[in-house]
Design a protein around this ligand. Structure first.
Ligand code: AMP
Length: 281
């Protein structure tokens, strides 16, 4: 596995791969790698000759009161994991490389990014769009692999790539879960024992809505109340939002007639967790 720290070396390597007609798959991450991240690597390895993974905790996507300083950075463990999964190139840039001081150019999506998580994390998706743009300009991959776990991020980046004519194909990947259903996340490591025990209630609530949907329930109101009333049973779970929106443009809908996103964000103790499901009638 090649480990690259700077932009020129990364570009030189990519140029060589492209000159040799190698296809490149790219998996951007913030590290603290888990099996969700590694499922993206596996998909990339199936589709491409070369898999590039980046690990970079992007400061511009964290709000002033968020967990940037405490975000897990187990870099040696991550390198071992990337090596074990046969990542070909690990790109590990520093803040100094990714951002000059006082930058004024950012990439913004201004509609889908305003609701759901965007309503509670102002600036978050601008940070995401900007860093993914920078990484795509450095890595120039054929495919970028993104998890449906972060469904809003996935949709915003799909729109960014399509509307701004990025020459890359977005490949969505399904959410990987722990045995008890909790969606794998780097932030799960923050949970105290008691919190970790109740965290699977988020996915349980989603499954209850899924069951109702499969039995024919199409009213958003009813599905939302199923999720809400399950989560109310867990005092350690503090719901930030539960929403049902169209997958296409994130408009709120009353009756599910097309592909639809049910998204949940909760605090479990001090840890913010998100999960979602896509309904396809
Ligand atoms: P992060 O390191 O949290 O920024 O995530 C990097 C990439 O991994 C993003 O595309 C995420 O959507 C994806 N990802 C995170 N958790 C999961 C999961 N449990 N299953 C699948 N993909 C995931």
């Amino acid at each position: 596995m090649k480990i690259i720290h700077n932009i020129d070396d990364m570009r030189k390597l990519v140029r060589e791969y492209r000159d040799n007609k190698k296809s490149i798959g790219f998996v951007p991450t913030m590290g603290a790698l888990h099996k969700g991240h590694m499922s993206l690597v596996e998909s990339s390895k199936e589709d491409n000759d070369i898999t590039v993974m980046s690990i970079y905790v992007n400061p511009t996507q964290f709000g002033p009161k968020e967990d940037l300083a405490s975000y897990f950075r187990p870099i040696e463990q991550d390198k071992e994991m990337a090596q074990y999964y046969n990542v070909d190139v690990l790109f590990l840039p520093s803040d100094e490389i990714m951002y000059k001081t006082n930058e004024t150019a950012f990439v913004t999506e201004n509609t889908l990014s305003q609701i759901l998580c965007g309503a509670y994390r102002p600036g978050h998706f601008q940070g995401v769009c900007t860093i993914v743009t920078k990484l795509l300009h450095i890595v120039s991959p054929h495919h970028i692999y993104l998890g449906q776990k972060d469904a809003q991020q996935l949709r915003i980046l799909q729109k960014m790539v399509s509307e701004l004519f990025f020459d890359v194909k977005v490949v969505p990947a399904q959410t990987i879960r722990e045995d008890d259903g909790l969606a794998c996340s780097s932030r799960n490591g923050y949970l105290h024992d008691e919190e970790r025990l109740v965290a699977p209630s988020i996915y349980q609530s989603i499954l209850l809505a899924k069951n109702a949907f499969e039995k024919g329930e199409r009213r958003s109101e009813v599905l939302l109340s199923i999720v809400r009333s399950h989560l109310q049973k867990f005092p350690l779970v503090d719901v930030q939002y539960i929403e049902i929106v169209s997958w296409d443009n994130f408009e709120k809908i009353e009756l599910i007639e097309k592909t639809t996103l049910l998204a949940v964000a909760c605090f479990v103790g001090k840890t913010r967790l998100i999960d979602n499901i896509i309904f396809t009638p």
